[in-house]
Design a protein around this ligand. Structure first.
Ligand SMILES: Nc1nc2c(ncn2[C@@H]2O[C@H](COP(=O)(O)OP(=O)(O)OP(=O)(O)O)[C@@H](O)[C@H]2O)c(=O)[nH]1
Ligand SMILES: [Mg+2]
Length: 381
């Protein structure tokens, strides 16, 4: 399972504050105009934001330095400098952010609270410096003093993601699980006409929908299950842990096999023996290999036997049902996520997470020593 980890090293910088300005009013008929140098703008912040449609850290590898804008300098005529824009870095749920050098945990977006889309202000930008407008006093009517902007901060981070599959493919050996993964994703698992071809789980990313509404769904192809697997038959059931946290399961039943009417019951029983929670997941029943003659009429029989299940016939050879299945998987995943998000909402109101850092609490005070701030940031376990 650890093999599915994704990791990226990035450098983030908040913006420096703009410098304050020294200037004086110069107007006709006002012989000694007072100070008129405005303040510098504040530097932009480094903000992380959770995006549920992201599933990997691939986007952090294209561009791995992220810098917020600097604040602009103040100007004469009492004009203040513009604030620098924030740099906003999107992350998938389940991400951990660590200090690259010390490995210290800065923020954990895994677990239920990671499902709620939220912003985390990691580094505030430097404050802008005061312009000489601020330094006028009864003894000094013409101050020549202004302050420079505070510098921004730069931090190296290690971003980690334990990739969690959205949908697990469950079925007897030879049911066509790896073939489906191969059809749907860039993963190229071994496929062969004998049982237990797949020995270790494979992950693949299925992209559903067009760019604006599109999203990635991670599929996990695991070894085949057989009757008695929970007692150690075949490859056993230990590998089920790889799909124990998926949002949904797709059960594949080979319609060309004689056991097509009993396979689903056996699969459910073996899953239950692993953990009853597996039966609570959203699921879909797939009759596979509809292109074969032996399969004819069998999908209808399967539907009749399991009227409460959502059932679809597919063939990776003829392409039947494949497009529709992609939409099914999208709906299933999103429905499960909505539930998780609702639960996370209920969770957030819970006192247990009072120590969790909210977006507001997470704002770093610009003048504090970074190390001190980091200490305060690490969630207490
Ligand atoms: N005719 C037909 N054959 C298929 C279809 N899908 C898969 N197969 C064949 O079924 C055999 C088993 O396919 P796999 O994808 O390896 O099955 P699996 O479920 O991953 O099997 P294990 O890894 O052993 O558990 C291969 O020979 C595939 O070519 C299909 O839609 N139609
Ligand atoms: Mg396989």
């Amino acid at each position: 399972m650890q093999k599915f980890a994704d990791e990226a090293l990035i450098e983030v910088s908040s913006g420096s504050g703009g410098n304050g300005c020294v200037a004086f009013r110069r107007e006709k008929y006002v012989p000694k105009g007072g100070p008129a140098g405005g303040d510098g703008g504040r530097g932009g912040a480094v903000v992380f934001t959770i995006r549920r449609n992201l599933r990997t850290l691939a986007h952090l590898r294209y561009a791995h330095t992220f810098k917020a804008e600097n604040g602009r300098d103040g100007e004469g005529g009492g004009r203040y400098g513009r604030n620098g824009g924030d740099v906003v870095i999107p992350l998938p749920p389940g991400t951990l952010i660590r200090d690259a050098e010390s490995g210290e945990l800065i923020r954990d977006f895994s677990g239920k609270q990671g499902f709620a889309e939220e912003d985390f202000v990691f580094l505030k930008g430097g404050n802008g410096g005061w312009g000489n407008i601020h330094f006028k006093s009864s003894v000094n009517q013409a101050p020549r003093r202004a302050l420079p902007g505070k510098p921004g901060q730069t931090v190296q981070l290690r971003v980690e993601l334990q990739i969690m599959a959205d949908v697990g493919l469950v079925g007897f050996p030879n049911a066509g699980k790896s073939s489906l993964l191969d059809r749907f994703t860039n993963a190229r698992p071994k496929i062969a006409p004998y049982p237990f071809t797949t020995k270790i789980p494979n992950l693949g990313v299925l992209t559903v929908g067009a760019n604006d509404r599109g999203r990635d769904i991670i599929l996990a192809d695991i070894p085949g299950l057989i009757e008695g697997a929970s007692q150690g038959a075949g490859l056993g059931i230990r590998f089920l842990k790889h799909i124990s946290r998926t949002a949904a399961l797709a059960f594949l039943v080979d319609l060309s096999d004689d056991n097509y009417l009993t396979a689903f019951d056996v699969l459910l029983k073996e899953l239950e023996a692993f953990s009853p929670a597996m039966l609570e997941k959203k699921r879909l029943l797939l009759g596979t290999k509809t292109d074969l003659d032996e399969s004819a009429g069998r999908l209808a029989e399967l539907s009749a036997k399991y009227p409460a299940e959502q059932i679809r016939g597919i063939s990776v050879f003829s392409g039947e049902g494949i497009k529709e299945l992609a939409e099914d998987l999208l709906r299933l995943t999103e429905a499960a996520e909505k539930e998780a998000a609702a639960e996370a909402g209920a969770f957030a109101g819970d006192d247990t997470f009072a120590t969790d850092v909210s977006a507001e609490d997470g704002e770093f005070a610009a003048d504090e020593d970074f190390a001190d701030v980091l200490d305060g940031e690490v969630p207490q376990e």
